[in-house]
Write a protein that binds this ligand. Structure first.
Ligand code: 2BX
Length: 431
């Protein structure tokens, strides 16, 4: 009988001032998964998994100190869980020195898809580049081969645009202009009009998105002759809230008018087939209600909604713990053949670290966030969802499976002018 305890470190953004607000639900979600895997007699039999965690506040410096405290205080940890791109970048860059795998449940930065810098990183949160093949697929579907890009000068959007440009080149889609701004988009938006941009991909955080939309209204870069691609993970009514507080000098009506018809892309983080049983025995709906219960007990203010949008990534943290438990189980079986176990792991034992790497690398199971599997750079393979804002609410237009190049289209799109806007000025020769 194998007996003993297995320990991992957990670095969670409990206060999101520095960045991603939605991380607070990840710790309760990970703890739900911990209870579930420890309750399974067919997993890690004879061993109990423990998570030792602390708060990173989504700040890399604090995240680094939490990591050192986890590593220099017993018991020895076998792996680290972390969230927020900035924290994961710091933790994953250092973890290889201790032969530790890092599983990131809340990091979207494309920079993390780099095995040279992050040889032991895996993430259940997809990279922001997962939107790009979907954007290209839509451009091909609607015959747009001339586009523009408007982006905020932030690392995650800069590297996403570089990936988008590569996809456009491969697909023969011309980028007529790429405008970027730090915090005031006025000049960049004006330049879009000057370049007669009609199909525009917008990459910015939600506060900048409100400023962009008001400028779009002022420059009349909306309506039947324009198509905007926005990011889909802003809160649903993002374009009509906080206007006073953020000094936006457009009214909610003007913002709604400018926003009408825009498309959004986002990675799916909840298994779509809500009555499909996942590896835990739960459906994603079961998980939703169990998580809400756990959040209420922990004193979170579930603001009346059945599921607050702010906690959309919780399934990624839940599935990350399952991925660890399954990988440890696989590694245990392999080590036993040579009379070893994970108890033999030390921070200088590369052999066992390689076994754990191999086990995670070959992960494939149905989690509450959908199929959990990783690319060769450790990126989460995920489906994306396309929506359109019509009459002030988001309508699901379809889903895209990049791996299979399969677009599921629901034929629900509506265009302000009654037909698909062209990507350039169409000159009609009078006969
Ligand atoms: C979809 C989003 C909001 C992208 O940022 C992630 C946080 C990060 O990348 O730091 C969390 N999930």
């Amino acid at each position: 009988r194998r007996d003993g305890d297995l320990h991992i470190g957990g670095i969670f953004p409990m206060e999101g001032e520095g960045g991603w607000q939605g991380g607070q639900a990840c710790k309760p979600a990970a703890e739900l998964a911990l209870a579930d895997v420890n309750a399974r007699s067919d997993l890690l039999s004879g061993f109990k998994l423990y998570i030792h965690s602390n708060d990173s506040k989504c700040e890399p410096g604090l995240g680094a100190s939490v990591m050192y405290n986890l590593l220099y205080n017993p018991p020895q940890k076998l792996l680290l869980l972390a969230g927020c791109s900035t924290v994961c970048t710091t933790v994953a860059e250092a973890a290889k020195m201790w032969n530790l795998m890092v599983l990131c449940y809340g990091a979207s930065s494309p920079a993390l898809s780099d095995r040279a810098r992050f040889p032991t990183l895996f993430r259940t949160h997809p990279s922001a580049t997962v939107h790009n093949p979907t954007r290209i697929k839509l451009m091909q579907k609607f015959g747009w081969s001339r586009i523009a890009i408007l982006q905020q000068a932030e690392e995650v959007f800069i590297s996403t645009v570089e990936d988008l440009e590569a996809h456009c080149k491969k697909s023969g889609i011309e980028i007529v202009t790429r405008q970027s701004f730090l915090s005031d988009p006025a000049d960049a938006v004006r330049n879009l009009r000057r370049q007669d941009a009609r199909v525009i991909v917008g990459l910015f955080y939600v506060v900048a998105a409100r400023r962009v939309l008001c400028e779009v209204y002022k420059h009349r870069l909306y309506g039947k002759s324009y198509v905007w691609f926005f990011i889909g993970w802003y809160e649903d009514n993002w374009f009509e809230t906080n206007l006073e507080k953020e000094g936006i000098d457009c009214s909610p009506e003007q913002m709604r008018e400018a926003a009408e018809g825009h498309l959004t892309t986002e990675a799916l983080m909840w298994n779509q087939n809500s009555n499909q049983t996942t590896i835990s025995g739960m459906t994603s709906e079961d998980f939703r209600s169990r998580l809400n219960e756990a959040l209420r007990e922990a004193g979170y203010d579930i603001d009346g909604e059945r599921y607050p949008e702010g906690y959309q990534e919780a399934p990624l943290a839940y599935d990350a713990v399952w991925a660890v438990a399954l990988a440890f189980n696989k590694t245990m079986e392999k080590l036993e053949k040579s009379g070893l176990s994970l108890k033999n792991f030390t921070y200088t034992n590369k052999k066992i670290a390689d076994d754990i790497y191999e086990a995670i690398n070959s992960t494939s199971f149905l989690g509450v966030s959908g199929l959990v599997a990783f690319s060769s750079q450790g990126d989460r393979i995920a489906l994306t969802q396309i929506e359109q804002l019509t009459d002030n609410h988001y309508v699901k237009l379809g889903y895209y499976d990049t791996q299979a190049d399969n677009l599921t289209w629901l034929e629900r799109e509506r265009w302000v002018g009654g037909k698909v806007p062209p990507d350039r000025t169409v000159v009609v020769n009078e006969l």
